[in-house]
Design a protein around this ligand. Structure first.
Ligand SMILES: [Zn+2]
Length: 331
């Protein structure tokens, strides 16, 4: 899954005293895209895809070098930029910092439209052509689709995007409208006018594998870019337990009762601010599928051998489907 980066480990203890080093990675997002570059991966890299590409994130030194190249190496500006960087987390010895894109607005990094590989490559080429090192804003969902390595950096990008969104969306107080500032001790945003304390929020959601002996219930969403078969899923409502959410979502989406609800694993999914909790359960009684056509366009019971696999191994959904296919789901 996306968080499985062992033997590397993420350390997200907040430490505002940490300041960037030359080799610290800089995460900068614009409209959900992240400043990065594509590089051809070494031929022996186990990419498991047809695109042997590698994601490269800029370090502080990389960005400063490109600014020098285009004559934007004003030392005062560079120092102000460095000061403004927000420490996010570390993966082993690598530190990751957040930069707001408007802090280096005089550098016009190209932006890839959409998720297509050729759009990403074109953006990187346009960047190289104007001397800013090939750095461009690329869609992180695209990374999930095409890039496998380095896996810790892909995880960093897809986790950092949630923090970036949280910082960006809370620059003003939602209660009184005053300008907020960052707390100096913990990962919190404080309103100096009314005292409002804003903490990062994680939205819990469930992924549900409904089983019926040797069959698994698979669905397709009606209006999502993700066209493959998936499991029943949904957000936890306020005042609801995870188990109640499992029962409600299955009833709403496919009109069935379930029992023997058992927890499997969880997965952070920063792209959508989620924490996903995976459950297996058994259909209880009538197994006729009554589809909620507003949300789903297809639903089917599939035998173990017919359960399709995904090209990547990033999602909890896929891991649960593969577990069932192999007959290894928790009973
Ligand atoms: Zn306020």
């Amino acid at each position: 899954m996306i968080q499985d980066i062992a033997p590397k480990k993420i350390n997200n203890h907040y430490d505002p005293a940490k300041r960037p080093a030359a080799d610290s990675y800089i995460l900068s997002y614009s409209g959900g895209n992240v400043l990065s570059m594509l590089e051809e991966a070494a031929p022996d890299t186990d990419t498991r895809t047809e695109q042997p590409l590698q994601l490269v994130l800029p370090t502080l030194a990389d960005l400063k070098a490109t600014w020098q190249e285009i004559g934007e190496a004003d030392e005062e500006k560079a120092a102000a930029f460095e000061d403004s960087l927000i420490y996010l987390f570390s993966i082993d010895e690598d530190m990751y910092f957040l930069a707001e894109p408007d802090l280096f607005s005089e550098v016009d990094y190209p932006k890839a439209e959409g998720m297509a590989l050729d759009a990403a490559q074109a953006a990187c080429e346009a960047s190289a052509a104007v001397g800013i090192g090939g750095w461009a804003y690329l869609n992180p969902r695209f990374m999930r689709q095409y890039l496998k390595e380095p896996k810790d950096q892909v995880f960093a990008v897809l986790t950092g995007v949630q923090l970036a969104r949280w910082y960006h969306n809370n620059r003003y107080c939602g209660r009184c409208g005053a300008k907020t500032h960052l707390d100096t001790k913990e990962r919190m945003i404080r309103c100096p006018a009314c005292g409002n304390m804003i903490f990062p929020k994680v939205q819990p959601a469930v992924i549900i594998a409904v089983t019926n002996g040797d069959k698994l219930l698979l669905t397709k969403y009606a209006d999502r870019p993700h066209k493959a078969f998936a499991l029943v899923a949904g957000f936890v409502e306020i005042g609801e337990t995870l188990e109640e959410c499992v029962q409600r979502e299955v009833m709403e989406e496919v009109g069935m009762r379930v029992s023997n609800i058992r927890y499997y694993k969880s997965q952070p999914w920063g792209i959508d601010d989620d924490l996903l909790a995976g459950f297996f359960c058994d259909v209880d009684g009538d197994d006729t599928i009554h589809l909620d056509h507003q949300e789903l366009k297809e639903g089917a019971w599939m035998t173990r051998e017919d359960v399709p696999g995904e090209p990547d191994d990033y999602s909890l959904t896929n891991e649960m489907m593969m577990l069932f296919k192999a007959g290894k789901e928790p009973r």
